[in-house]
Design a protein around this ligand. Sequence first.
Ligand code: GAP
Length: 443
Amino acid sequence: MASESAEARSSVRMDELVSLCARRGFIFQSGELYGGINGFWDYGPLGVELKNNLKALWWQRVVRERDDVEGIDSAIVTHPRTWEASGHVQHFSDPMVDCRACKKRFRADQLADAGPCPAREGTSEHDFTPPREFNLMLKTFVGASEDAAAVAYLRAETCGSIFTDFKRVREASRQKIPFGIAQIGKAFRNEINPRNFTFRSREFEQAELEFFCHPKSTAEWFEHWKGERIRFHRELGFGEHQLRVIPHTTLAHYANAAVDLEFLFPFGWQEIEGVHDRGTFDLSQHAQFSSKDLSVLDEETRERFVPAVVETSMGVDRTALALLCNAYAEEKLEDGETRTVLRLPASVAPIKIAVLPLSKKLAEPALRIAGELRKSWNTFYDEAGNIGRRYRRQDEAGTPFCVTFDFESEADQQVTVRDRDSMTQQRVPLPGLAAHLRERLAS
Ligand code: GAP
């Protein structure tokens, strides 16, 4: 883990955030009923909306708003040769040690965090084996037999199939170099020590773009995509103090440049996205392993070349966690109470609007309003309990606006719109309600 000064920590406490996430159904441990399965997480009703909104925003910015990027959705179980060509079968490993006494396994570079050994009498020190390499790929068997020929891997990163699909997608979409292929999807790594909530998981999602260009223009495209990706994270509300760009000091032998985009989590600065200039490594490897020609012809210059790749690889779960950390606040109110509020950007907030009748007697017109708003936004309806408590529940869910229908509303055809962040309330005529909300949700 990167070292950082005591001041370089966010003010959110991880245990409070984890507790809110479970209580409000954002994220909780998978298999909780059976005691949980380490490194796997389930997203509940609010969490899935948050994550879907984040993915939709990424897809909009990276794929839909551009002529030079195509999307794909490839299989999770990938042809085993993919991972031989990429080097994962040989090299995608972490050094690990076992404790002979307590039988636990640790990453060799994280022994400082191992804690005391619970199984040795007279000493609390572990009895470690020498380090050995442990491959992080998750294996499965395809078909009826479980022999070596049936071994396949769950993809360790989503980009593998982007490279193997390159020729087909280029021909089908009639794209010319430079252009990119993007994908969002699950990736699997048998991490030795999953930790920090969803930050290091064994099953997670990536949003990756592989941008194919002439080998002489990678520096230019690297700068372009680095700028685009920083802009995306700024749009999510990550300012100078929450997001920094760290160049890699050591590079893979085939890489020309790489940076990490790091977010300031409660547990320190950590990577949420990587931008890499990977040169021609990927397509050259797959051309060699498949014995297929993956070069392209520049029709103007008649030059034939293997395209180089600039990659942007965002962890969806890590970015969702960064959003939650950045949004979480506890505030002392004038009446002495404390409110917990998630100040999520409206673009990713799970619920955009909550409709709350002041009394159950007003349910009918309030339900009509909710029905109308639902056509445009994810709208929540709640008629149960004290109005103050209902506002607090929406604050915790990160809902930007609450619409309250009260006893005057029937007569004056106006409702109250309450703002999550300032808690200010404004009377708005019913005929202009949707337009009013549209404007405020977009700002
Ligand atoms: N194709 C390049 C690649 O996969 P990476 O740095 O290994 O590069 C990219 O992963 C991103 O995927 C990381 O920046 C991180 O956000 C996310 N990621 C990687 N391992 C993860 C894990 N175990 N749990 C959650 N997210 C992870």
